[in-house]
Write a protein that binds this ligand. Sequence first.
Ligand SMILES: Cc1cc2nc3c(=O)[nH]c(=O)nc-3n(C[C@H](O)[C@H](O)[C@H](O)COP(=O)(O)OP(=O)(O)OC[C@H]3O[C@@H](n4cnc5c(N)ncnc54)[C@H](O)[C@@H]3O)c2cc1C
Length: 412
Amino acid sequence: MNDVSPSTVILKHASHAQPVDFDVTIVGAGPVGLALAGWLARRSATEALKIALVDAREPEDSIADPRAIAVSHGSRMILEPLRWPAEATAIQRIHVSQRGHFGRTLIDHAEHGLPALGYVLRYGSIVHGLAEAVHGSKVHRFHSTSAAAPTQEPDGVTLPIETAGVTRTLRTRILVNAEGGLFGDQKQGKKADKDPAENGTRDYGQTALVGTVTVSAPRPHVAWERFTSQGPIALLPMGGVRGAEYALVWCCAPEEAARRAQLSDDDFLRELGAAFGDRMGRFTRISGRASFPLGLNAVETLVNGRIVAIGNAAQTLHPVAGQGLNLGLRDAHSLADALSAEGPTPLALAAFAQRRALDRRLTIGATDTLARLFTVDFAPLAIVRGLALTALEFVPPVKTALARQMMFGQRR
Ligand SMILES: Cc1cc2nc3c(=O)[nH]c(=O)nc-3n(C[C@H](O)[C@H](O)[C@H](O)COP(=O)(O)OP(=O)(O)OC[C@H]3O[C@@H](n4cnc5c(N)ncnc54)[C@H](O)[C@@H]3O)c2cc1C
């Protein structure tokens, strides 16, 4: 993005001796930090606040990110006032099954009276769209700028930032940690001494292989989640000619992932076909192969004085249910609500933490259960899984409640 943002001007005048003051400083311009900046800049109660947004990267860097993200219909509703990318592919039906065992369930948009259950977007297109929405607002953007450890004082937080070898200081009333990151790269939360779904870390011993595949018999707008003995395979519709392009997320043991990463495209596609089955014919092409380590890393408390964590910085999830970004966007939206109502104060952060507790617990718990229950290769568990999928099919209220939690979460 070629622009001279307000941050460029401020940086010229900032020095060690003269910290620059802000009301709210957001560290991390990933999708969650950007969405928060956008909502704060647009609300009448918060538009007068002085907001800083700091990121180690440029928005363009996100274009290279190979992730495709399933954004729920609920997330679309809150993102739309900011920016909704035209290239989103609608998911109208989700087909969930397990390889080699009975049990399957279908979730259809028509059952919920919605135009779509969710939408598939590239990570880069979400970030780029939101960066454009923030561009031109009064948010002071510091790109190619790393934030170091903050120091908290009774009336504010001091944050050293570094741009091209020059260190400067920001002073802020509220600091939002939206640094995100991936499991394995992050500082790990506490080792779980209680249920990790509430606080802690769980290494699932899995890696996600991602890429864009083409199939010979596409089912446009259908997303697939197929549980195999090694981990789930998700195929998300990405459009393309005849709707034949799908984003692949193939979770398997790290050593298997390392072996598969070395395979030729043809061999990789053959193994994928053997694992997924032939419900969409043959896999004919793959591009953009990459891998991501998977685990749960959740902080115990979202708020520490004037510092608050949202998005992946608060909880990093297994992608099995496509909930990480959706939950993070609800964090950001709820924080914007709290700052609008209470102003940039610790009181607002306390209210925010209280409102987010239930949604976090349910979403982290459901994702953790799915990741564990559906990835163990143990025959009795396969029967339990089959029964669970069948029960979902025949007990509509349970299926509806689960689908609505995945689409809308709990927003208060
Ligand atoms: C394979 C895979 C598939 C996924 N699929 C889905 C899905 O279908 N649906 C879904 O909802 N979620 C999905 N997720 C999860 C989703 O990608 C994350 O939840 C989401 O990206 C989190 O956004 P974020 O803004 O919190 O963090 P990030 O996207 O990690 O962004 C953090 C930003 O902070 C910046 N930063 C970090 N540290 C500093 C610092 N010290 N100073 C300055 N800047 C800093 C980084 O440069 C980055 O721009 C998936 C994840 C994976 C790995």
